[in-house]
Design a protein around this ligand. Structure first.
Ligand SMILES: Cc1cc2nc3c(=O)[nH]c(=O)nc-3n(C[C@H](O)[C@H](O)[C@H](O)COP(=O)(O)O)c2cc1C
Length: 358
């Protein structure tokens, strides 16, 4: 059953940022956390479950997630300077689309509406807004202090190519930003190489030589702090190339981000305002197959290539059984964005259903 979402799609990003979270995340109930029984990239965690970068807009959202037993919440992607959000609306539901969204089908338009039903699939389009580094750095410090034993606050970052910047300056923006996150005390940092909502022709994660350059620069800057990279859905050969080239440099992969597709209103007109928003990222139930498939292949490649990176699985976890599917596929940590938004108690339900974490 869908609850009142903790991020309200009827409100703007700013209103959510200032007034949220809502629904389950505003009921004031703090759940017990289990004893730390798992390890992820050297950190003890209570349970291999979290919320990926996205719906946790600021420290208030991260704290609410911790209070509801999401052991590994990731703060929404931030940048080295303030960055505007795409115009409202930022979240809409897929209409009449109960099945899997194949990469082929995602080339054709999908109808989106402002009513949400199960199985829950949505589009989200923010463009990775960011508020001032001083604010998100303080929020991260506060949330780390708020976390109980076995809870791990993560944060995602995206480098920004600003007007007149050289390639070196752009790479430095990535490295310096990740260092700012690490300096707050975040124990595992995430680089967002897969945001489809910026109007870029291709995602950074598909440019393997550039990924290698950027992760090398980040690792040089952050030292021993584990680095996870967030990636999109890859084909067989492309994933093998990425893992071969960078699987020994990064400490983990987080897969998947959304699957981009053209989104339209019921009358066929463009659904989201702005020339760069013909396509928008799809998430929730319709993309679960892609996340599970990526986790399976990341695990197989890890074994085959004798590597040791961690695997975070996300995409379409909306009911407890989805958690199990990801664990069986090989995810070290499972995350839910869309499912968590419409059911803040999903973490509790998953822990009750699978007390051992498997
Ligand atoms: C409201 C919302 C905002 C998101 N923003 C980000 C983001 O800032 N950075 C990022 O890496 N992924 C972002 N995502 C993608 C999620 O992290 C996740 O990869 C994707 O939604 C698939 O998981 P899901 O099916 O559980 O939603 C966002 C997702 C949602 C629903």
């Amino acid at each position: 059953m869908l609850h009142t979402p903790f991020f309200d799609p009827k409100k703007t990003y700013k209103e959510n940022w200032e007034e949220g979270p809502f629904g389950d995340f505003a009921d004031g109930i703090v759940l017990e956390e289990k004893e730390p029984a798992f390890e992820f990239l050297g950190q003890k965690i209570s349970y291999p479950l979290g919320i990926p970068a996205g719906p946790l807009l600021n420290g208030k959202f991260v704290d609410a997630a911790l209070d509801k037993g999401w052991s590994v919440p990731v703060h929404k992607t931030v940048r080295s300077k303030t960055h505007p959000c795409n115009d409202w609306p930022n979240v809409l539901a897929l209409k009449d689309f109960p099945g899997d969204l194949s990469i082929e089908r995602a080339k054709e338009p999908l109808v989106v509406i402002p009513e949400y039903s199960e199985p829950l699939s949505i589009t989200n389009s923010f463009g990775n807004p960011s508020y001032e580094p001083e604010v998100w750095m303080q929020d991260l410090r506060n949330s780390i202090a708020h976390a109980k034993a076995g809870q791990l606050v993560m944060c995602s970052f995206e480098g920004t190519k600003r007007e007149g910047m050289s390639t070196e300056e752009y790479i430095a923006d990535w490295a310096n930003g990740m260092k700012m996150i690490a300096d707050t005390g975040v124990k595992i940092v995430e680089a967002n190489f897969s945001c489809p909502n910026e109007g870029a022709a291709t995602l950074l994660c598909f440019d393997v030589p550039k990924v290698k350059t950027v992760v090398t620069a980040i690792k040089e800057k952050i030292g021993a702090v584990p680095l996870v990279i967030k990636i999109a859905y890859f084909g067989e050969a492309e994933l093998r190339e990425l893992v071969t080239e960078v699987g020994g440099i990064v400490d983990g992969f987080s897969a998947i981000n959304t699957i981009p597709a053209p989104v339209v209103n019921e009358d066929g007109t463009q659904a989201l305002p702005g020339a760069h928003r013909v396509k928008s990222g799809i998430c929730g139930h319709a993309v679960k197959w892609a996340g599970v498939d990526m986790v399976r292949r990341l695990k197989a490649l890890r074994e085959e290539l004798g590597m040791s990176y961690g695997i975070i699985g996300s995409g379409g976890v909306t009911v407890p059984e989805d958690f199990k599917e990801y664990r069986d596929a090989g995810a070290d940590v499972v995350m839910s964005a869309t499912g968590a938004m419409w059911n803040g108690y999903l973490a509790k339900e998953i822990k009750e259903r699978y007390p051992s974490g498997y």
